[in-house]
Design a protein around this ligand. Structure first.
Ligand SMILES: C[S@@+](CC[C@H](N)C(=O)[O-])C[C@H]1O[C@@H](n2cnc3c(N)ncnc32)[C@H](O)[C@@H]1O
Length: 353
């Protein structure tokens, strides 16, 4: 759909936004590793211990990361969504968020050493949310509950994925585009479960500005952040709710999405949430899930799937990587349309029949 000049301009614009972004977050990761190496040396006096690096794995990760960017750009060139705007804010805002992120690292390390995983589970918080939710996921300060946690979240995720988290989220858009094709976006409805700080909904609105969308999350702080982040858009609302009981009638949505939430749920809850997604979908409606790769899908990454939940306190990750999503879908009346890989994530697509 592009003439050669527009194609070149698109590629230059894409590269000039995504590559510096990857370098920015990659530099954060590099710095953290250097700091960690110094701490290790200090802790183990005279130690010759080095961090284990695996050049073959690193090359694969770099290759898959480039493939993700190539796919993202191909989607833009195919007209599936416009050139993405990540809306990371000014340099000053990014620096402020980086400071917040780096300042929290010692507390995270301390929590990791003590295996302190339930600081946010108190008599006060317990009455309002299920216990599985009230944990310091990723050993992060405040769990999902505080304003600072919401402010730090996107830096944490982008650093972990070297600036590719948004590009992975965008890979949920092609199956939505397929489902929405030829239909009036104003008459469709989408709900994003566990919307967090709203980064995915931003890309939904960039692709379909007039699509009515609802973000659901159990964290007031994350929803407040999402509301602020998405204030440029109309026809977008938020609801504070548990995805195990979506406050919506049966057959009321054309699309349900959930990005990076499935691995945060106990298996039983995962089944309930997907059952709820199926309930609120209209017949013919589509469910798109984006989350980590599962065991065996990329055998070279399997060791990483073992290491990750220990390092980042992900209590339900092991059950996630072994979960049979096709069976869950089937039990809920959803037909599995297929999966796609995107760097270290996968996109799962289901339709309600
Ligand atoms: C890892 S974050 C993912 C956020 C966002 N979707 C993204 O793309 O980064 C998980 C989110 O799910 C929310 N969450 C976890 N369990 C939930 C539940 N049962 N109901 C609603 N939200 C939940 C958390 O509050 C958090 O915002």
């Amino acid at each position: 759909m592009f003439d050669p000049l527009s194609r070149l301009a698109t590629r230059v614009l894409y590269a000039s936004s995504q590559l510096p972004r990857a370098a920015w977050y990659g530099a954060h990761l590099y710095l953290i590793r250097q700091l960690a190496a110094q701490v290790r040396q200090r802790d183990v006096k005279g130690s010759t211990q080095r961090s284990r690096s695996n050049p073959t794995l690193q090359r694969r990760l770099d290759r898959d990361m480039l493939r993700l960017f190539a796919q993202d750009l191909a989607n833009v060139e195919a007209g599936i969504y416009p050139l993405p705007a990540d809306h990371d804010g000014s340099l000053f805002a990014r620096l402020e968020r980086s400071l917040l992120f780096f300042r929290d690292l010692p507390a995270i390390e301390e929590r990791r050493k003590r295996n302190a995983t339930h600081e946010v589970l108190t008599a006060k918080t317990r009455s309002r949310r299920p216990d599985y939710y009230l944990q310091n996921f990723h050993f992060q300060t405040g769990g999902w509950l505080t304003e600072d946690s919401a402010e730090r979240y996107d830096t944490q995720v982008e650093v972990l994925f070297k600036g590719t988290a948004n590009a992975m989220r965008r890979q949920a858009l092609p199956p939505l585009a397929e489902a929405f094709k030829g239909r009036d976006q104003r008459k469709l409805r989408l709900i994003d479960l566990g919307c967090g700080t709203g980064r995915f909904l931003d890309f939904v609105k960039q692709a379909w500005p007039r699509l009515p969308a609802l973000g659901l999350d159990m964290s007031e702080a994350y929803i407040d952040h999402a509301r602020r982040h998405l204030r440029r858009w109309s026809r977008i609302n938020f609801v504070l709710a548990n995805a195990e009981a979506i406050p919506a009638p049966d057959n009321s949505y054309d699309a349900v999405t959930s990005i990076f939430m499935m691995h945060e749920l106990p298996s039983k809850v995962r089944w309930t949430v997907i059952g709820e997604a199926a309930r609120v979908l209209r017949p013919g409606g589509r469910l798109v899930l984006v989350d980590s790769l599962q065991r065996g899908e990329e055998p070279h990454y399997d060791a990483m799937l073992d290491w990750f939940p220990q390092r980042y306190h992900e209590p339900y990750y092991q059950s996630y990587v072994n979960e049979d999503f096709v069976a869950i879908g089937r039990r809920s009346g959803l037909v599995h349309r297929g999966d796609a890989k995107a760097f270290v994530s996968k996109i799962m697509v289901f339709d309600k029949i």
